[in-house]
Design a protein around this ligand. Structure first.
Ligand code: PEP
Length: 253
């Protein structure tokens, strides 16, 4: 099955509203004639509305970086799925390793968020990945298996069509240490096998699995050349149009 490549930029806690508008204007110009690849950007919450307005009529999709699973109520500081839906978000990034590491997210909370997001008809970029300590202890596959089964618990086959998995080895995020294409492919293949066991061959073959971790214009082509790598979740290199648009245009390189 041919899967549409999907490149997403995670801006993390970067860019004020005016900086976000500048970046999205530049991206729209630089990516105006790109075809055959799906693109999304995930600005901080404060800039989502302004970026959405700039994106009217553009194929670039909007993603949020997190949400809370409740529909509304006394949850100071949190954002509900319906709020993001009305705002025009297409995707929500969930389970990012920074959320797991700094904000105590677990497979269980990631699962609650994933279910709430899908229930609203939003799509999920579901992040998983092992730490350096886990890799060195030979636990990579056990960790991935736990994150996949725990994080996707009670997600139906139908809902899985709205999930993109992002494999992001924690040791590779923001460190400049990219996994080699072969290292990444080995884990991507394993993830797809797990999805086949949990769902079906058809579902597993249809799910896009992005790689994330120090992706740059220089290394994206090698990664995208692997059979089970269907895209990239890009942090640092998504903060400048020059680098992000080169990554999106990986086919031309
Ligand atoms: C990320 O945070 O999702 C990420 C992959 O970051 P970077 O590209 O900066 O390593």
């Amino acid at each position: 099955m041919k899967r549409m490549p999907f490149i997403a930029g995670n801006w993390k806690m970067n860019k004020t509203v005016s900086e976000s508008i500048d970046l999205i204007k530049q991206l729209k110009a630089d990516l105006s004639r790109v075809e055959g690849v799906e693109v999304a950007v995930a600005p901080p919450f404060t800039a989502l509305y302004a970026v959405r307005k700039e994106l009217e009529g553009s194929p670039i999709q909007l993603a949020a970086q997190n949400l809370f699973w409740e529909e509304k109520g006394a949850f100071t500081g949190e954002i509900a799925p319906t709020m993001l839906k009305e705002l025009g978000c297409h995707y929500v990034i969930l389970g990012h390793s920074e959320r797991r590491q700094f904000f105590g997210e677990t497979d269980e909370t990631v699962n609650r968020k994933t279910r709430a997001t899908l229930k609203q008809g939003l799509k999920v970029i579901f992040c998983i990945g092992e730490t350096l300590k886990e890799r060195e202890a030979g636990k990579t596959f056990a960790v991935i298996q736990r994150q996949v089964t725990g994080g996707l618990k009670d997600i139906s086959k139908e809902e899985m069509r709205s999930v993109v998995v992002a494999y992001e080895p924690v040791w590779s995020i923001g460190t400049g240490k990219t996994a080699t294409p072969e290292q990444a492919e080995e884990v991507h293949r394993f993830i797809r096998k797990k999805l086949e066991e949990l769902y079906s061959r058809e579902i597993a073959e249809g799910v896009r699995i992005q790689y994330g971790g120090s992706v740059t214009p220089e290394n994206v082509k090698g990664l995208m050349g692997q059979e089970n790598i269907d895209g990239a979740l890009v942090g640092g290199a998504s903060l400048k149009s020059e680098t992000f648009s080169k990554i999106v245009r990986f086919k031309e390189m």
